[in-house]
Design a protein around this ligand. Structure first.
Ligand code: ADA
Length: 568
């Protein structure tokens, strides 16, 4: 399943999940030998969605790999949607390249036209090779480079025209959670037409109620057409909030095609050092979460996502940071339903100066932001866009990249605040570019003593005054300590559960009682596999700072955090 609601009533969609043929290509010979025309006979079956590293014998494989299967179509135009992969994807249909993309976590759509109805051969190359200068992420990260088609693949079929793209914006007449509101919808739609001329009608529904009908005139030649449906007033709307996550289905219909989006109406703003949801001050009680499990990697089943969310809600959290990449669309649907606030970011982690200077880094980063915002713009749970994480923001190279990212995001979305997580807060030269200041620090774990947190916060607030940053809310976006599940010591030794427990008790108490700090995101929810580049720094090759272990069993700190977050 990809989404928690029915996306199409009319469009024909077939899930291409299940067994595909698979072969790794460590020497990169596949393109030369044209595997896309003659798939190797010694290929093996593999399940999609899935990460190949969870297959026996492929744990450490990083590089190119090929997938193959057939699909059947009754129409001449199809859109192949790959919801998740890591790095590069190239798609071949009937022996010819149909398209490619660099990215992965925000998915890839590959449109193929002029097909003869019937059976077709589909071959996919994906490559998760990384370097330390311009891949996003770099090779050196603190999570596992799982490869493969780790989310579903879908086949969509079209007749003469299809709804290629849409964007739903709205204005609220008043912002009041306690009563029904009137909203004004502004919708823009891109229709792609494959016939040479004709007319049609575009219909707009909200929860099955027909709101507008707009004539569509196709020009003489096949083309893309933009249609605007503006200022449609709807009354009786209840706002979306963590306590009452009210959701509405917006449906667009064009003859034989249709698409449904699910939205919630709310505002999120920054004012005088505070974060306001529906004009009410909100404190983010958050946690960082990776999409990881030893048996599934990134290809987490829905049941596990739901369990994670239950454990996180039971902890008293109202916020999650999707460290460090766009999460599965279905997980975002769950967050919308459960009223959990989400920070989403691209996987740009720990870039040093030379990597920030690489022009490809900027180009890829801009494109990843665009893909992420396009895919996820309509989720009410997303309240923050994250630009990057722990890049060297003491440098001019970071300033240039951060400025370009900020401008790009603001050109695509003016409704959400932006931030990035800094690891050099006192020397950072980019903070003026964003709306929220987010700090990652580990005093008392990697360096200094835990009490250094207090001096640091004082020094940082002085810097804010001196540099004119006052008024920007402060979030502590990462803090935590490693604990090996089951390890307990009489003294508080590092790597023990009781050290971690005391660490989070001290730091959370400090932050929750500081009126300038509007949010905390504990590092981290569960223990995760780390990349092989870090295995000598990480016991078990895991990042062990989870407050539950990788199998979601609680460590001692879980209960302490629960007390502090729930105020019990
Ligand atoms: C950084 C980084 C995290 C993780 C953490 C740690 O803050 O953003 O991904 O690596 O450090 O555990 O040290």
């Amino acid at each position: 399943m990809n989404r928690l609601f029915e996306r199409h009533k009319k469009r024909k969609v077939t899930r291409l999940d299940g067994f595909w043929q698979f072969k790794i290509d460590p020497n990169q010979v596949g393109e030369r030998e044209k595997w896309y025309q003659n798939f190797p006979e010694d290929s093996q079956p593999i399940l999609v969605p899935g990460c190949w590293n969870n297959e026996l014998g492929l744990y450490h494989y990083e590089g190119a790999a090929w997938y193959q299967r057939e699909f059947q179509t009754t129409k001449s135009q199809v859109n192949l949607v790959f919801y998740g992969f890591y790095g590069l994807i190239k798609v071949y249909v009937d022996g010819k390249e149909a398209g490619s993309q660099y990215g992965g976590f925000s998915g890839y759509e590959c449109l193929i036209t002029g097909l003869t109805p019937g059976k077709h051969n589909l071959v996919v190359l994906t490559d998760n090779t990384h370097n330390n200068s311009n891949t996003i992420p770099l090779a050196r990260v603190d999570w596992f480079h799982y490869g493969g088609l780790f989310r579903s693949v879908e086949l969509m079929e079209f007749d003469d025209a299809w709804i290629k793209d849409y964007r739903i914006d709205y204005q609220l007449e008043q912002i009041d959670e306690s009563t029904a509101n009137t909203v004004y919808l502004d919708i823009s739609v891109t229709i792609q037409n494959f016939t040479t001329s004709g007319t049609n009608e575009l219909k707009l529904y909200l929860d099955d109620q027909l709101l507008a009908v707009k004539p569509v005139n196709f020009p003489d030649s096949a083309a893309e057409i933009s249609i605007e449906i503006t200022d449609t007033a709807v009354s009786g709307i209840k706002l979306w909030s963590p306590d009452q996550p009210n959701l509405y289905l917006v449906r667009l219909e064009l003859d034989n095609d249709d698409i449904t989006e699910r939205i919630g109406f709310r505002t999120i703003t920054v004012r005088d050092g505070k974060l306001l949801l529906n004009n009410k001050e909100i404190t983010l009680k958050g946690i960082n979460r990776h999409e990881d499990h030893p048996d599934w990697g990134f290809a987490m089943p829905l049941n596990l996502m739901k369990k994670d969310l239950d454990i996180i809600k039971n902890l008293g959290c109202n916020a999650i940071r999707g460290s460090h990449y766009p999460n599965a669309p279905i997980f975002l649907d769950l967050l919308d339903q459960e009223g959990i606030l989400f920070w989403e970011e691209i996987p740009m982690w720990g870039f040093p100066e030379h990597a920030l200077q690489d022009p490809l880094t900027l180009e890829r980063g801009l494109s990843m932001h665009e893909l992420m915002i396009k895919r996820d713009y309509h989720h009410p749970s997303i309240i923050i866009w994250g630009l990057h994480n722990e890049v060297d923001t003491r440098t001019q190279a970071a300033y240039k990249v951060t400025k370009a990212f900020a401008e790009k995001i603001r050109s695509l979305d003016t409704t959400r605040p932006i931030t990035y997580a800094t690891m050099h807060p006192l020397e950072d030269i980019c903070l003026s570019l964003v709306d929220l200041i987010s700090i990652n620090k580990y005093f008392g774990w990697y360096h200094d003593r835990i009490e250094q947190w207090q001096n640091f916060l004082h020094q940082f607030k002085v810097k804010m005054k001196t540099e004119g940053l006052t008024g920007k809310p402060i979030i502590i976006s990462e803090f935590g300590a490693g604990a090996l599940y089951g390890e307990n010591t009489f003294e508080q030794q590092k790597w023990s559960e009781n050290f971690q427990d005391a660490y989070l008790d001290y730091t959370l108490n400090l932050f929750l009682n500081d009126p300038d700090i509007i949010g905390t995101y504990i590092w981290q929810y569960c223990d995760i596999r780390s990349a092989k580049e870090l295995e000598m720094n990480r016991p078990r090759s895991f990042n062990n700072k989870g407050i539950v272990n990788e199998y979601r069993k609680p460590k001692q700190a879980y209960w302490t955090v629960q007390k502090l977050y729930t105020g019990a």
